[in-house]
Design a protein. Sequence first.
Length: 514
Amino acid sequence: MRIVPCRRFVAGVCFALALGMQTASAGSFGLFDNQSDIGSVVPPGNASYDPATDSYAITSAGANSWYRVDGFHFLWTKVSGDVALTADISFPQVAYSHDPNPHRKAVLMFRQGLDAGSRYADAALHGSGLIALQYRRDKGANTEDIELPGATPQTLRIEKRGDTMTLYAGKPGEPLHQVGASVQLHLDGPFYAGLGVTAHDPQTTDKVVFTHVKLESLTPLAATIAEYSTLQTIQIDDQARIARVILTKQGVFESPNYAPDGKSLVINENGHFWRIALRDDGFAASAPAPFDTGKEKGCWGEHGFSPDGKSYAISCPAPRAHKPDVFILPAEGGQGRRLTHHPISFFHGWSPDGNTIVFTSIRDGHEDIYAIPAAGGAETRLTSVGVNDSGEYTPDGKYIYFNSDRSGSAQIWRMHPDGSAQEQITSDDYANWYPHISPDGKKLVFLSYLNGDAGLHPANKDVALRIMSLGDGEIRTLVELTGGQGTIDSPCWAPDSDHLAFVSNQMLPAGDPK
């Protein structure tokens, strides 16, 4: 498709019209230039603009915009650069006799092309009130999303700054808030921006009304930016890559760890631990509650429950000390006992029987992995070459996986519990850290720095969570994000081996969008 030069500007954004498509008369679609059915939509959808109310109505059938499927109606224009699209969304009373599909969707979308299967990111409001940032990383790939609970009606906003797509949400007339949904996705310019509707039912036509629609260019970020942290859980199935936002807030928190029953998560924030109860649908049941660590304060992010769920290991300085040692607490919290006496020492994993703890310690400039009886006793040094970190037992107790830079950059290794038979597992151009084995023993997730060796695992870098099948060694990317230290420092798998938890970071303008 050939692009003609810009014929008009709105809020500084270049709007170009694609040749070879049916074109409405100028202004008949308000901010937008044309409309298209994306994929199969029967009967054809349609969109209209009412200048008296400055509102847009879109009616559409269509199966969905999910997996590799596209079936929705799209009201669009072409834009370039950094832009934001904002709208209030309402679902009018249906004109048909049966119940609407709860997952009918209204979307604010940035899209590479008008063909089915194209790369895109959108802010989606489901008829049920569920809000999601949906995205398809590559043409023909499965759609992924980041979900959070909501209540209609809602105001949604999607921002594109470079390759970062961020979702904002709020009630109409109230300030918008960053809600923890942000992904890295590249769109070549110019690309399509617009409003879309799918009934999530090929046999039904639904109507959605969009009001207070704004499409605006974004100025470069000011010097005043804020760091946000977001706790998410994510399904690992390629056919249902759904992430749920559990908590998002300005500031830094890190290192989620599931309770053995899967009903809560513990995170570290500013040296203190917080426990978050989870609902049956996976979202947070309540605000984070303090997790008591007795006299131990100023703790690091490495922590975790024992396999029987009765004890909790943390990495904290002893009173009047400044470097961490490993302490063992009751699982419900309270005063712990000091296990190690060699600062700097960080907990990393329990043996399957709960009798041994593996930890990292830095001594005389050497960073190595050690094992110690959980009841106390003599330590065993397991590594001695290079920088070694993040040891964790497999569920059958046969191996300890860890990362080491002895081959030139941080890669994943494994060894027997006595330190013998050390062997390299990954060898690629990434720096790989924090291996965690799924409870079923079949999968390994680890953190990869996408731009190569990053030294001692810094934060706020371009990273990916990658999953290795321990059966055949195949590696696939689960999600790309901004993160690093604090993303998955602690054991992060849910007990079902189908979910895991992680923390991502976003650097955004201070304050909420106007």
